[in-house]
Design a protein around this ligand. Sequence first.
Ligand code: GLC
Length: 744
Amino acid sequence: MSNATLYNTLDPAIEKRVDDLLAEMTLPEKVGQLVQKSPFGIVDWEVVIRKRQQAKTQGQPFSYQEAVSPEFEAHIREGRTGTVMCDDPQLANYLQRLAVESRLGIPLLVAADVIHGYRTTFPIPLAQACTWNPELVEQAERIAAAEASARGINWIFAPMVDIARDPRWGRIAEGSGEDPYLGCILAEARVRGFQSTRLETSRRVASCPKHYVAYGAAEAGRDYNTVDISERALRDVYLPPFRSAFDAGAGSTMSAFNDIGGIPASANPFTLRTILRDEWGWPGVVVSDYNAIGELVNHRVAADLKDAARLAILAGVDIDMESSAYEAHLAELVEEGSVPIAAVDEAVRRVLRLKFSLGLFDDPFTDETLAEKIILNEDFRAHALEVARQSMVLLKNESNLLPLPKEKIRVAVVGPLADNQCELLGTWASAGRAEDVETILQGIRAYLPELSIRNVQGCSLYGAEEDFSEAVAAARDADVVILAIGEGADLSGEAHSRAHLGLPGRQQELADALAATGKPLVAVLLCGRPLVIPRLVEQADALLVTWHGGIRAGQAVADILFGTCNPSGRLAVSWPRAEGQIPVYYAQKSTGRPAEGSGTTQFHEPFRSTYLDESNSPAFCFGYGLGYTRFMYADLKVETPSVSLDGTLVVSATIENTGRQTGTETVQLYIRDVLASVTRPVKELKGFRRATLQPGESQRVRFEVPVRELGFIGPEMRYIIEPGSFKVWIGSDSGRGLEGQFEV
Ligand code: GLC
C-alpha cells in the first residue's frame, strides 16, 4: 500500500475489523477512544529520575511501576484513554501494556510535537521553506519520524501548514510562509516524509497537518486572536495546503484554537463536516488542539464544558485533547439524547481505523534498543547541515564582499548569537539539545587560524545597559566584522507574537557602533520571522538571514561566509520595511487604484493605494535571494499561446550562469489572470524549478502547467476556470522576470 493511501482510504479488511470491534464496545469504552491525556501530571518524574538512577547503579531493569499514578493506570487499563502524549519508549511500552490488558485490548496512539526534527534538529520550517526543495524537506521529515518512532511515538502533531502573511505572529516560524502553491508542495512533501514506509524502525507514524484552519490569519498577528476572512480567502489561500496534505495521505488533522468568522474552528460544522467530509470525502481523524474544546467556553459559544463537548462532537471533532470535556460529559450527552450515538460511533470508527492502519493492533510496542542506534546518527547530522545551508538567504552582498578569503584576513566575530547554542535550535525544538549545536564561532574557527579571530559578544540579546567599547576596538583591529544578531528562539513560536519587529535589546545600537568604524560589516541574522531592520539593511555590506538553523547552523553559516557553499535560499515570505505595511505579500490584489510603481508613495502617486510615509513594496520580496554567481534569463517562449480549458500551458526560458561559480537558481513561474469575474492577485506562483549550473552553462527550463491549476473560487464560491487572457513570467523572484502572455 503506498504512503499516499496508507491512512486516508478505506481498506475493506480494516473496515471489517473496525465494525467488529465497534460492535463490542460499551459507551464508556467508546468515549475512552476519544480522550487524549498527556502523562505530564500523572507521571511523577521525580520518582522516575530517582528510580532510574537507582536501577542504573544497581544494574536492575527500570520500571515505571511506581512512577505512573494508580488512577492513570486504572484509566488506561479500563480503556478510558485512547491517546497519550509521550516520547519515552519505556513509558510508551509500559502504557501500551496497560492498554492491551484492557477488556478489548485497544492499543494507544502515542503522540508528540515534532516540528523540525526530533533530536536531530533541523532549521525551523519557515527556513526549510526557503530551500524551495521539497525532496530535501521530505527527507528531513523522514528522519524526524524515524527518531520519533524509535522513541515510541506513532502519531506526530505536524506538519504545521498554516499560510502566514503576518510576521507579528510568532508561529510564522512553524509553517511554509505566505504562498499557497509553495505551501501545498511542502505540505505534501512533509506528509510523505513523516509517513514514510521506510523508517529505520520498520514502524509507521501518522502525521497531523495543523491547525485546521486559517489559524495564520489571526487579526493583528496576535496569537489565538479572531480570524475573520471571506470564504473565498479560506478556499483560495488557507484550505489548499490541508487538501494537499490529505491527498498525500495524512491520517489526521488538528482543529485550531481560533474562530473563523464567528464560529470556532473546533466547533465548526462548515469546515469540519461540509468541507472535510462532504466535499473532500476525507476519512481521517480530527483531534482538537490543546484544550480547544474547553476554550469554547472562553469564546462564549458554550455555556459550560458539557455544552462545549456537545458542540464539538456534533461539529465533527473526534478526539478531545486535554480538555476533559468528552471524558466528563460525552456519555451523559448520549444517554440524555443530546448527542446521537451515531456521532460518537463515527468518531470512534475513525480513531480505530487509524490505529489499525498504523498496525498497532498487530504490534503496539517499540524496540527500546533502537533509539540509541538511530538518533543523531552521522547521516542525519549530514542532512541537517545540507538543509541549513540551503535554507539561508543572502539578502545583500555589496561589492561581493562575500565570500570572504580563507587566509590573510582578521575577523572580529561580534554579537550575542555568535557563540550561542540554545537559540539556534529555534522554537518547538522537541528533544533537540543545545549541546548538539555547533555555534557560528565554531564554524568560523574551522576556517581561520585562531589568531585571525577576535570574538567579543558586544551586547546581550535583550539587555538594556551595554558597553560596546570592546566590540568597537575589536572591529577597528579587524579587516571585516561578522555580526551575529537577531531574535532568541523564545521570541518565536506559539504565544510569542511581537508588535515591534526590530532587533531586540540594544543590538541595533551595537550595529550602529560597529558600522561607525567604517569596517566592512557582515550581518548574520538569526530569527524566527522577517524582522523590520531598515537601518541594519543600510549599514550591512552583506546580510545573510540564517533563521534559527538547527544543530548544524554554525558550520552552514561558515560554509556560506567562506564560499564552500554558494547560498541558494529564496524568501518564502515577504520581508516588510515597516510594521505598518503588514500584511505585505506579493499576491496582492490590484484594487481600484493600483500604485503603478512599487516603491512609490502618495507624493508620487496621489489618490492611489499607497502610504504617505512608506512605499508599498517589501524590503525584499517573496522568492528573493542572492548567490555568489549571476543568472541571466533570456528567450521566454510561450509554446502554447492559446490553450484549451483542459489543456496544459507550456512556457520555457533559457537560464545562463554568467558568473564564475557553480550555483543553484530557483527559477520561478508566475501568472496573472488579466480579467476575471472576481478580483484576482496581481501575481500567483504556479511553478518553480531548482537549476544547478556551472559557470557559463545555460539550460532551457520548461514549465508545464495544467490549465485546471489556473482556476479560482468564482462568484458562486465554486472552483472555476475562466477563459481569457493571462500573463506569465519566468524569473528569479516575484518582483521580476521575462514576461509573456497566453489565452485560455
Ligand atoms: C499546542 C499547539 C499545537 C500542539 C498542541 C500539543 O498548544 O497549538 O500546535 O500540537 O498544543 O502540544
